[in-house]
Each structure stands twice: as C-alpha cells, then as structure tokens.
Design a protein around this ligand. Structure first.
Ligand SMILES: [Zn+2]
Ligand SMILES: [Zn+2]
Length: 435
C-alpha cells in the first residue's frame, strides 16, 4: 500500500500544478488620455454595482483631488490649501477615469527593502506575481503595507477657475512624508498605458496613512532594508457556479419566483463539497443552458434520469426540481451518460457526459476500496486530497473541455422504483482519524 500511496501523491501533485486560475477582474471607466481639458466625469461611484471589498483609484471629480477606495471605503483627498491635505469619505463622488476591482481575499507575501522608486515597486511586484503563477498579461491590484521612511506624494488640484479649489498655475500639491505607517495600493497592467498608468509605467499607486489623515498619489519612495507585507489578489476559479431557477411563489402559487442558486447552496443541501457534486453541478449547468437558453431553469418543467451516485442524484433533484414521487426523477445505471434531462413543455431532451479519462482512475480505484471498508484512516485522507484536487481542476478549467452534450431525439421515460442503492458517502462515517 505504501508504494501505491506514493504514486498517488505524485499524481495528486502533478494534477495540482496544471490548474489555471484568474485574478479577480480589473475594470476601467474613462481614460487618462481622454480627459482633455474638460475632464468629463465618467463614473459616479454611488452607481458601482458591487462595492464589497472594492479597491479602486482615480482623480476626484474635475481634478479636485484623489480618490482611493480601500476595502469598500471610498476615501477622497483634496489640497485646496498648500501643505494641507484633507481626507474625507463618501460614495457620492465622481471621477474622469477610474480603475477598480473587487478583491475578496488576498495572498500575503514578504517583500524586503530597499525600494527606492515606483519603478522598483513595479519590478518587484511583477517578479513576485510571475513566480507565483499570475498572468502578467492580465491587470491586477496589489497592496504593500508597512513603515515607509520617505514618501513623496501629490494631490491634484483643479485646472480651471470655475472648479472649486482652483489656483492659477497650480496643478497639484506635493507632500513629503517621513516614517509613516501606511499602505500602498496599486494596479499593475501591461495593457493600460494612457488608460490608468502613465506612458512609461505599468503601475498606478496611491498611499494611505494608517491613521487616514493623508492619502495621495505616490511619486517617490525610499525605504530602508526593512520588510513589508505584499498582498496579491487570491486567484479565483474561472468557472461560473451560479444558476437561475424559476419556481412557484407559495404552496398554491404561480410560477415566477426566480432565485439564484450556487454551488454553495447545493453543498449545504448535499452535506459536503465533493468532486461528484461538482461534476453533477457543472454537467447540469451545461444541460440546462441547452434546454433553457434564456438562462432560467424552470424547476416545475423538467424531468431527469440520473446515475445512482449520492452526489449526482442530489445535484439532479436540487437543480431540476425533479422528484421520484412526482414521476419527474428516477435512477438508471444502464446508460453511459451522467444524466438525461428533458424539458417537459418542448419535449426537448439532452444527455450529458464527462469526457473519458478526465477523472484520474486512481480516484475510482481507491474509492472502490473505500466502499468496501478496505482503506485505512490515512489512505482515506489521501483519497480526499485527490478528490479535492480533481474538484479544483473542474472549477478552474472550461467545462466545455470537460463535458459533452448530446441531443436525444427519441427520449424514453421508463421510471423504475428501486431503493436499495448504496449511499457510498456514509460508509466510512465512523472511521477513526489518521494519526
Ligand atoms: Zn493617482
Ligand atoms: Zn458527495
């Protein structure tokens, strides 16, 4: 068994390294190069659809100052009087160009000084991101926290007399800060020069003091040899896991109760996250997209035949609304596919299958041993690790490559009552932990 375990661990590792994931998407509105002399306002922050964990930056209004959104808090700074930066918070502000991203989770790394220019920040961030598997062709946000020896930052000031705070021949106020604790927020992109980075740079960086008494655009920096925390956005699975369903609105109600259901909801219903559940979820997503092209699954209008696995059957009844007792669900192992699904009103039917060879064979081999009670406590953990890796693979690669759909022209509904399938996910429920 030891040798088998070693081979399996190696397979699990090689599987993990092939997983592709994306950073949370970075959005832009307006562009530096399009501001002209009138600075048209391209975004009203209040109208941004999702402000949770928002990180963003841009000029404040018609060059009245700077905006930096830190974790859903909208700071804006003005410097209408020399040497006097004023930081406030409000969503009711506008900007001529804006870059933003919702980052729910960050990955923390160490960054050691010295850092002596914004160019060096750019190089260090790019090098670290690259070494951690980030795609440098895609823009991403970053943060650097710590104590900074010297920082020079500016806050822009209005360019025309009709704007509040205007002073002739003054385009910005510079600030020199020594030994300040705070955080740099930056956006990195190799594709947005003239949009949100300057023509010679891949970064746009703002600084916020920890006590929130100063915020501005970073121009120069000098640090000692101390170390900093560098944060990169945690990479997200590429695959979408939400669906829309239509149900009736009360016990005797009418259709039209439209809700979003997510893989997380299915996990709660099923009891745990497992590879089979994700297989079922993604396969059904594909089938449903075919049957309901408007993207709303009518759970009163769908019937389904499922393979017997406890994960697949739960995905089947939860997603389609099919139930055995209403003759809209039954199980068959006499088919190659995972599911056969029919939309009742149009009679259209599809079958969905997982591509052969996608699931590592070892998962089923070990799974069969586990079902016979022949896996030790520690081998069960290894099997779980392999299943988790497979789950991650499914959630980070395009389902089009992993599942295939076929239309069924002669769909037959032949329900059978059978209730002696083995619920394989509870067979080891009293097994001890791996010591
Ligand atoms: Zn700026
Ligand atoms: Zn399961």
């Amino acid at each position: 068994m030891k040798k088998l375990v070693l081979i399996l661990v190696l397979i699990a590792f090689s599987l993990q390294s092939s997983i592709a994931q994306n950073s949370p998407k970075v959005y832009t509105k307006g562009a530096m190069k399009d501001m002209g002399t009138t600075y048209p306002l391209e975004v009203w922050l209040d109208t941004l659809p999702d402000k949770s964990n928002l990180y963003a930056m841009g000029p404040y209004d018609k060059m009245k100052g700077e905006i930096t959104v830190f974790d859903g808090k909208p700071f804006f700074a003005t410097a209408f009087v020399k040497d006097k930066g004023v930081v406030s918070q409000n969503w009711d502000i506008r900007s001529p160009f804006f870059v933003y991203s919702n980052v729910k989770e960050w990955e923390e790394f160490n960054l050691t000084g010295p850092i002596n220019s914004t160019q060096e920040i750019q190089e260090k961030v790019a090098a670290l991101a690259k070494s951690k598997g980030y795609d440098l062709k895609e823009p991403f946000a970053f943060r650097i926290a710590g104590k900074f020896n010297q920082i020079t930052a500016h806050i822009v000031t209005p360019r025309s007399p009709e704007i509040e705070g205007y002073k002739p021949n003054v385009k910005s106020q510079n600030f020199y800060l020594e030994n300040n604790n705070g955080e740099l927020l930056g956006f990195y992109s190799e594709q947005h020069q003239g949009i949100f980075t300057g023509s010679n740079s891949f970064v746009h960086i703002h600084f916020l003091k920890d006590d929130q008494t100063f915020m501005g655009h970073l121009d120069e920096i000098t640090t000692g040899n101390q170390s900093y925390k560098l944060y990169l956005p945690k990479k997200q699975p590429i695959v979408k896991t939400a669906m829309q369903v239509n149900d009736t609105d009360f016990s005797k109600g009418r259709l039209g109760n439209i809700q979003n259901i997510d893989l997380d909801d299915l996990v709660k219903f099923h009891g745990h996250l497992c590879d089979g559940l994700v297989v079922g979820h993604l396969a059904l997503q594909m089938a449903m997209n075919e049957l309901y092209p408007d993207g709303i699954i009518d759970r009163t209008n769908t019937r389904i035949v499922s393979k017997a696995s406890p994960c697949l059957t739960d995905a089947a009844i939860y997603t389609t609304g099919g139930r055995y007792q209403f003759n809209t669900f039954y199980i068959s192992n006499n088919m190659d596919e995972l599911f056969r699904v029919q939309r009742i009103d149009t009679k259209r039917a599809v079958a969905v299958q997982m591509k052969k060879g996608l699931k590592p064979m070892e998962i089923d081999q070990l799974g069969a041993l586990a079902a016979k009670g022949e896996l030790s406590a520690c081998d069960l953990d290894i099997l779980k690790g392999m299943e988790d890796d497979f789950t991650e693979l499914l959630l980070s690669t395009d389902p089009i490559d992993n599942f295939s759909l076929t239309k069924i022209t002669d769909f037959k509904w032949s329900p059978v009552l059978k209730n002696d399938y083995t619920k394989t996910d509870i067979l080891n429920k009293n097994k001890t932990k791996c010591e």
